[in-house]
Design a protein around this ligand. Structure first.
Ligand SMILES: Nc1ncnc2c1ncn2[C@@H]1O[C@H](COP(=O)(O)OP(=O)(O)OP(=O)(O)O)[C@@H](O)[C@H]1O
Length: 319
């Protein structure tokens, strides 16, 4: 899938601003951003469900603005508010979707059962959807988009409102689908911690613009360059001399200290947090050792996606 300079304006408001993005076949791509970032608008343009203002898109080889039907045949879309017939069973709902997609009755019933099994809903196949939990509905939603054998599935906020266990199950399912069946997955989310686990790559989307894109490690590297490392260490005894040594290490930009009350912490232990412009863990450790003090632990703070995202976001807001 390829988006080039994709733009959507509502009057003078730009909801999606010059978005260029290539999603590879078989990958799980996370489109991440806060509410209102323009994720849903992007998805709707990709499906040909809303008109773009400018730019182009190629989905499974088709321009959705001209060949929406061809795109629809190949792409399964799960909106954030999936609708089912509440007073009909999960099985009936799936068969109905299959029939709508032109699948013969017998095959529809078989596929529906097979998919219910796959998403772990066999036991509730004959219960009315109205009695399903949010997690069960999302799994049924997944079966519902899979029934037409799509090449690509697009999931808008699939984990919204599900309990942690349900989220875990759903994400494992999505990830297996991609790995085992080569399905390309685009999922939108503002819940970064979750998505981080299963995405091959992510795009950070803020106020209609893609501000960064890559795998988590690449984003982390990119960000650490600008965003400082934090090295945390516990030392005993602490002294003015040691404080001076640490602050004199080239690249150290700031230091905070507090009393360290860790398990078995000897009296007079200090927990110091140093902000650095690069990873200075070993240089800092060396200074402590040379000073003759005891180093109880030293760690570098890792930037997870959540942190990366918030920092990017804060910087954008500031800038
Ligand atoms: N039909 C519309 N007319 C005017 N503005 C719109 C319309 N649809 C969306 N917007 C605006 O475009 C921006 C992007 O909306 P969009 O729904 O794509 O964001 P999102 O990232 O999907 O957020 P959410 O997770 O809340 O759905 C928002 O500021 C929204 O108010």
């Amino acid at each position: 899938m390829e988006l080039t300079g994709l733009t959507k304006q509502y009057g003078t408001f730009t909801a999606v601003d010059n978005l260029s993005l290539a999603i590879r076949k078989g990958e799980v791509f996370g489109l991440l951003g806060p509410n209102g970032a323009g994720k849903t608008t992007t998805i709707l343009m990709m499906l040909g469900l809303t008109e773009r203002t400018s730019g182009s898109a190629l989905i499974c080889g088709y321009d959705p603005a001209r060949y929406a039907l061809q795109v629809k045949r190949r792409v399964g879309y799960m909106p954030d508010d999936i609708g089912f017939y509440e007073d009909r069973t999960g099985l009936d709902n799936l068969i109905y979707t299959a029939r709508l997609n032109g699948i013969e009755a017998e095959e529809a019933a078989q596929s529906a059962k097979r998919l219910l099994e796959k998403v772990g809903l066999s036991g509730s196949a004959r219960a009315k959807v109205g009695t399903y939990s949010r997690g069960m509905r999302q799994r049924l939603g997944l079966a519902d988009v899979l029934i037409k054998n799509p090449e690509v599935i697009i999931l808008d906020e699939p984990t919204l409102g599900i309990d942690p266990e349900g989220v875990r199950e759903l994400l494992v399912l999505i990830s297996e689908l991609s790995r085992n069946e080569g399905i390309t997955v685009l999922l939108s989310s503002h819940q970064l911690q979750q998505v981080q686990q299963i995405c091959d790559r992510v795009g950070l989307f803020v106020k209609g613009r893609l501000i960064a894109c890559g795998d988590i490690a690449a984003l982390s590297r990119e960000l650490n360059q600008e965003l400082r490392f934090e090295v945390e260490l516990a030392v005993q005894p602490w002294s003015e001399e040691l404080a001076g040594r640490l602050q004199a290490v080239e690249g150290v930009q700031g230091m905070k200290t507090e009393e360290w009350r860790g398990d078995n912490a000897p009296p007079g232990s200090v927990l110091a947090t140093l902000t650095c412009d690069r990873n200075l863990t070993s240089a800092i450790a060396a200074q402590v050792i040379q000073s003759g003090a005891e180093l109880h632990f030293i760690t570098r703070k890792e930037f997870g996606l959540d942190e990366i995202y918030h920092r990017y976001f804060e910087r954008k807001e500031e800038g």
